[in-house]
Write a protein that binds this ligand. Structure first.
Ligand code: AMP
Length: 302
């Protein structure tokens, strides 16, 4: 089943203790689409500027990613710069330039309108809502990611958009910021009142936690000896998670739990190298081998 995503397609400048890149392709929708396309066909909605070349667009080629909804506008592409601390756990945003996203009015290609799985990746909440409204009927599953930038600047729009999604998938500090609750279970209860019935909290090296009416499910992060760059790990997690569900075609407790593992698998590959470098060469066989490794990692008897 096809999976629709709207979110940023960007150029990033990245700094971590392992190195520095001045300009590389990034963006939440980019990481998401590449990660999800290992499991299901992806329909991409975003805008890029005239600085985004045909060569840059090759990141989407040879994969199951439809770019009919990738608009080109005069001006510069979204730009984001970030720097990571020594232990890679903290990051400061050095620059966020919306550029062509500031005036973007997405118009979904006709063939995207029947999408049953929708992911509203990190971008302005009113844009996310606009895309969701253009989907015919109620999708089988709609999930949303956001970040401090939007929680602080557009709280009313975010609250409105949240009313229409099934899953909120954000990191731990954003969960606390949005709910004003430090404890993640209390935060989940707060978030359920805003609309979503399921909360997935991405916790970096501590893995991920899913909370819904059935209870709590946790997966670890894959232990890596040499992580290099966490940029896009959250979006790759979301891509693995939603891609797996769209590929499975059913949303049940069992498929949601497996989706958590495939999310963690994709996130773990992304941090192994800078930017999209690791996802670009990733093979399906490696994904499945690591998923089996996860099963071993968490197996025990009582
Ligand atoms: P993550 O590391 O998963 O939080 O995502 C990093 C990606 O999100 C980068 O490639 C950025 O281009 C993109 N990004 C950063 N800030 C924003 C924002 N305010 N809105 C949309 N995308 C963003």
């Amino acid at each position: 089943m096809s999976l629709l995503v709207v979110g940023s397609v960007a150029f990033d400048a990245l700094e971590s203790p392992y190195g520095k890149v001045e300009r590389t392709i990034g963006g939440a929708a980019t990481y998401f689409a590449v990660a999800a396309s290992f499991f299901a066909p992806v329909s991409l909605v975003a805008v890029v500027g005239d600085d985004f070349t045909k060569k840059d667009e090759e990141v989407f080629r040879g994969r199951h990613i439809d770019t009919a909804g990738l608009e080109r506008a005069a001006g510069k592409s979204f730009f984001w710069a970030g720097r990571y601390s020594e232990n890679l756990n903290e990051r400061v945003t050095l620059a966020t330039e919306l550029n062509v996203f500031a005036d973007f009015k997405p118009k979904l290609p006709e063939k995207y309108r029947t999408s049953k799985y929708v992911f509203l990746a990190n971008i302005a909440p009113d844009l996310q809502h606009d895309v969701l409204k253009q989907v015919q009927g109620k999708p089988k599953l709609a999930a949303l990611d956001t970040m401090n930038y939007w929680i602080e600047r557009t709280p009313a729009e975010l609250r409105e958009t949240l009313k229409h999604v099934d899953i909120l998938m954000i990191n731990d500090s954003e969960t606390r910021q949005l709910s004003n609750e430090h404890n993640l279970l209390r935060a989940a209860r707060h978030i359920f009142k805003l609309g979503p019935k399921t909360l997935v909290v991405k916790r970096g090296e501590y893995g991920a936690m899913m909370v819904d009416s059935k209870g709590v499910f946790c997966v670890p992060a894959f232990p890596l000896e040499e992580p290099h760059d966490p940029t896009g790990a959250g979006d790759s997690f979301a891509g693995g998670f939603m891609g797996y569900l769209a590929g499975a075609g059913t949303v049940s407790d069992a498929t949601l739990r497996r989706a958590m593992v495939f999310g963690s698998v994709l996130g773990s590959f992304t941090v192994e190298k800078f930017g999209l470098d690791r996802l670009r060469t990733l093979k399906r066989t490696e994904i499945h081998a690591r998923a089996r490794h996860f099963a071993k990692l968490t197996q025990f008897q009582l």
